[in-house]
Design a protein around this ligand. Sequence first.
Ligand code: ADE
Ligand code: ZN
Length: 344
Amino acid sequence: MDKLIALAAAMPKAELHIHIEGSLEPELMFRLAARNHMDLPYTSIDELKEAYRFDNLQSFLDIYYDGASVLQRESDFYDLTWAYLKKCKDENIRHTEIFFDPQTHTQRGIAFDTVIKGIHRALEMAWQEWGISSKLIPCFLRHLSEEDAILTFREALNYKEWIDGFGLDSSEQNFPPSGFQNVFARVRTEGLYCVAHAGEEGPAVYVREALDLLKINRIDHGNNALDDPELVERIVKEKIGLTVCPLSNFALKVTPDLSKHPLKKMLSAALKVCINSDDPAYFGGYLNQNFETMIRHLDLNAGDIYRLARNSFEISFASEERKISLISELDDYFIRKGYHASLR
Ligand code: ADE
Ligand code: ZN
């Protein structure tokens, strides 16, 4: 098992579901609070970490949105993103697709420009310094109105050349995808990708809606799609990817028993799934920790691990040329490690 964990840790891979605000480590949160002369409602890092015990998605979101308030200046967004990209380098993440929540910041008076400029600068640096490629995906908060999402979308279009698609996140229950059809129609008109969190806490029918009404190119989470076999068959047939987040599912009690995590079933059903960290600073680990957890609890084999990495490239929004190059890096790696070509 240790050999498989090491295999997964060093293999080239992509991460396609990471909220950059969810990579805000307690240490950086305290540092930014001091730098911006702000008080936090916690006296120490340990006290803050004590608060990271969640009962469900909402209990996490309340703390997560609060934590983001220390992000004030462009350099704060740069530092946050750069810290995550360093992790990517350490964990051999060769391509990453980053979510951010513009409304979390604009609602408290931080300009959209400040947020995106800081994030973009770090992404550019990581490409130049380390050859880590990236895509940037602002998400609409589904607990806010569609009108608000449309205003955010309009503002974001000033930076269209830095943006690859739009997502939908935040509280899922009672906020179905159907409420955001107009804004996603506009996203598609601009030729940008559409993704949505669906089937994390919400029912399979939300996944169906996200596909039918928002016409998403990829599903974030999608766990509850498994409740509907006909839907699963369709997702397989249409080769729609799913970005699964095991440690997040555990922390938010979506999957209280990791040995019952649906990842193995998803692989068996030939769904195009990949593993992701979601909000690593809050859920106890980055991408490699998520791989390790799944290898330990689901007894994944080398073929599963290869498939997960390959899926991460295949369902990414990287150019075809970049995908070919990353998949060949992956193949070379497995051959170097002594795995037979039949694995692929
Ligand atoms: N925003 C950050 N993490 C999220 C999650 N797991 N689900 C919905 N919205 C989120
Ligand atoms: Zn998420």
